[in-house]
Design a protein around this ligand. Sequence first.
Ligand code: ADP
Length: 484
Amino acid sequence: SELKYKNIIDYSPIGIYQSGLNGEVIFANNRFAKILGYDSPDEVIKLNFMKDIYANPGIRDMLIDQIKNGNTRYELELHWKKKNGKKIWVRNTIRVNRDADGNILNFEGFIQDISLWKKYETELIKLSKAVEQSSAAIIITDPNGNIEYVNKSFTTITGYSFEEVRNKNPRILKSGKQNDAFYKNLWETILSRKDWKGELQNRRKNGELYWESSIITPITNEKGEIINFVAIKEDISEKKKMIKDLIEAKEKAEEMNRIKTVFFANMSHELRTPFVGIMGYAELLSEILTDPEAKEMADGILNTSIRLTDTLTKILDITQLEYKKIEANRALVNIKRVVEEIYARYIKAAERKNISFSRSINLDNNFIYTDENFLFGILSNLVSNAIKYTKEGSVKIETYKEVDNSKSKLIIRVSDTGIGIEEEKKELIWEEFRQGSEGTTRNYQGCGLGLSIAKKYTEIIGGKIYLESKYGSGSTFILEIPFD
Ligand code: ADP
């Protein structure tokens, strides 16, 4: 009979031991030795619980407390040390053996290694906390869609408590804003074991509509059967509203911009027309008047009118560039003729300021396939600026061909010895209505449109425009147009 019990104990799947009053191991079975990583019970018999097995000394006090309470049997979950020093979690059931007077004789214990359970338990706690505390609403239903669990955020978003929705179907949130086909597709998707993702409008307990973004995932068991559905939902009403407001604001801004553009275009046109008459008469007056003072006045009218029409033309140009899609009207253009015409148009202005104005054309082929009006527009803006921003010295137009990677391009450089452009203004001056002198005293007339127009025209004809300038000693604007 003893052999029978010995066998049972030896092959028991539970670690069994007996220990003395000072913590010495008196007996241990195979399983006990194995759990602690020892080869045999013989090896374990030499050990002492306090010294070799308990992972932290506090355990001893804990046990003494239990014993003082007079318990004869108790169960604890403890950290034990294995032979290799690694810690394990052990569920330890202890029986205190006492004599007839109640003095403790020894202890008997049963142990199970619960390290893996503990690990799962920690994982589980972590996951359930994540679900509980998630800012998204989480709903778990059974395969029929009856609610088994909702987290706190569900209550915050919908207004329904867990108790109110337990065993109910999430259709209590239905707003009627989605049609049957919508729900049919949803169910078909999740029943085919796929995730369903989408946005839908639901109704809170207080009747208010709200938008949610949802992911519904079917959970299957090892046989592939659906055992639950998990829905994760985020309230996106605010986000939706913000997007709607933004779209409306953008549309409004675009509409305002369109109105502004049309207004500018109309106004410039309306204002420009009368100037044709004013300028014509001023020129005529200047020719027929003999009194120098009166002649000067007529010239004054002419010059200010020219300036105004120039500004109006620029506004008209820029509004048209903004408003409609303007395309280049390409033809063979004689570059020499264009440069000569620009020269002729601005020589008087340069002479009036005592600036030397020159042009050079170094081309074997004077023709380029491009839009002549745009080329004119670009060059006249560059040259009029060069003269305007130069007090003394010279303005030069240089025209030549450059071959880059076997591609040839026309280069027109307009350089001056004028005021130059500050480094930090070099980007800004290409923008509409922006000027180098803004913020400081405006010493130069202008509306800040010339370079924007020149840049836009250059882009339409497939060219490049950029500048080189040293503040205080002049600027060079370079226009590049591919020959082919
Ligand atoms: P505007 O001349 O009417 O102000 P632009 O668009 O033609 O407008 O030029 C923008 C700005 O670029 C000017 O205000 C000026 O500060 C600067 N700028 C343009 N050309 C020159 C130049 N040749 N030399 C110095 N500054 C220039």
